[in-house]
Design a protein around this ligand. Sequence first.
Ligand code: MN
Ligand code: MN
Length: 281
Amino acid sequence: MIDTPENKLNMELVPDSVALVGIPFDEYSSFMRGPAKAPSAIRQTLHNGASNLFAENGVNLDAHPLFRDMGDLKLPDGEEAMAAIETAVAHLVEQKARVLSLGGDHAVTFPVVNALSKTYDNLTILHLDAHPDIYDSYDGSRFSHACPFARIMETGRVKRLVQVGIRGMNDEQRRQVDKFGVTCIEMKDYRSQNPIALEGPLYLSVDMDVLDPAYAPGVSHHEPGGMSTRKALRLIQSIRCPIVGADIVEVNPDRDVNGMTAAVAAKFVKEIAGMMIGQGR
Ligand code: MN
Ligand code: MN
């Protein structure tokens, strides 16, 4: 059992709960560290009293019996952290919780999805990002935050990967996208009026750099020409299949301006958790 600072992972959960879990891990960031500080920055914004905890669909997360904050995972270093993340998430999935995790860099998505794909057959992943994160290895590391979707697709347990918002893709990444049969909708081709056909169960992975840096400056890799916050919200709110897990990754508080990016991430927490709780009810 992984300890959290508050030992909350041992809390009993009502089936179908949305379990918010912080994964303060940024060892596999290729360019700069910082995302390990994101879970506390996002939580602080969520609870700072500036906004209420209503999602736009009317679900109020404040004291909602299905919304549980499990605190942050306390992790060992390196590859042991990958195993510890998978074990912790698997424990929550066994309790029929739907895990909403806060990275951390995008490397955490591999162990999180591993835990889910061993329970859910035919998982589809909707991945919002400026980058496809599908290199076979990067800077000599196969666990780099530039590689999680190669590791995920190699397992053969995920039915479909749909990427949206990608820009600046190079030849090597394009070969990997083709190799794994990824549906890759680059930002230059994305039209929000064309709905994306998705079949559940769905895992949603949101890298905050899918947004234009004007909306979310607090990320390690600034990639201009991205989505507005509202465009990303519309895409998330248009999902009609069951969301069985989600993550919000790559907030880097060291790069943030007046907490703007943490505020957008906190908004995504509300909207994604609100969607998960509102579905099927
Ligand atoms: Mn990413
Ligand atoms: Mn990215």
